[in-house]
Design a protein around this ligand. Structure first.
Ligand code: FES
Length: 101
């Protein structure tokens, strides 16, 4: 995705190699994780993001599971499995993501 197409502090879903990826940008960080919640596949890009503080979170809009965007860990259930997070960077004007190994 072109770097200029990702807005500030608005979650976006993109498809990368058949995966749905959640992207979020703050003033100084980029986050990327699986868009489908590990609980029951809720679309995280439609959830509430809290981007302030040391651990920005996203809350699933379906049943309210909350995840850290930095490493995908579950902060609040019902989800019990962490979200897969991606390495993300801007390279020559393009946002690149690399799936977890
Ligand atoms: S689908 Fe996300 S909390 Fe249930």
């Amino acid at each position: 995705m072109p770097d200029g197409d990702l807005p500030l502090e608005r979650a976006v879903r993109v498809t990368v190699a058949d995966r749905e990826v959640f992207l979020f940008r703050t003033a100084d960080r980029l986050f990327a994780m699986d868009d489908r919640c590990t609980h029951m596949q809720g679309p995280l890009h439609r959830g509430v993001v809290r981007a302030t503080g040391s651990h920005p979170t996203v809350t699933c809009p379906v049943h309210g599971s909350m995840f850290w965007m930095s490493d995908g860990r579950v902060v609040r259930g019902p989800a019990s499995r962490a979200q897969s997070v991606y390495e993300v960077r801007v390279n020559d004007g393009t946002i690149e993501v690399r799936p977890p190994r």
